[in-house]
Write a protein that binds this ligand. Structure first.
Ligand code: HEC
Length: 122
């Protein structure tokens, strides 16, 4: 069976193919984890917003209105094109008074931005 012998030798002598195969398997394993991480960002954003932002902002449609008129409601930020993700990011990185600086981590900022923008679909 000359054909089988040859293909067996090809695989054996080709560590590159093995590495490629392992890389593909690794990518397939990692892809769902990345999706799960994105979902938990959203959850993180939701709970941060409830905990830290809801005393001034309306943080979800239908919940108690903003306690201060000065703080724009999150659902408005989700739909108003003036509030780009970049604008939200740089604001949260360095907010101005009267909004307090929470000294948010990059992960917290990304989670909050993802959460605020997710309100768009409601
Ligand atoms: C003590 C009240 C207070 C709290 C708490 C607060 N904010 Fe604010 N926030 C404000 C006010 C007031 C403004 C409007 C500031 C202005 O327009 O000058 C504002 C504005 C913003 C803006 C819009 C900035 C822009 O570009 O116009 C974003 C985004 C924002 N807040 C996000 C948050 C998030 C996220 C949290 C929770 C981590 C939070 N805020 C907590 C009072 C607050």
């Amino acid at each position: 069976m000359p054909l089988n012998t040859r293909s067996a030798r090809t695989v054996k002598n080709s560590p590159v193919e093995l590495i490629l195969a392992l890389a593909i398997v690794a990518l397939l394993l990692v892809a769902p984890l990345r999706t799960a991480a994105a979902a938990s960002d959203l959850e993180e954003g939701r709970s941060l917003a409830k905990e830290w932002c809801s005393s001034c902002h309306m943080v979800a449609p239908g919940v108690a209105a903003s306690t201060t008129d000065a703080a724009p409601p999150f659902p408005k930020m989700a739909t108003d094109p003036a509030y780009t993700e970049e604008r939200l990011r740089s604001w949260l990185w360095a907010p101005h008074p009267p909004m307090p600086d929470f000294d948010l981590s990059r992960f917290e900022i990304e989670s909050l931005v993802a959460y605020i923008k997710s309100l768009d679909s409601n």
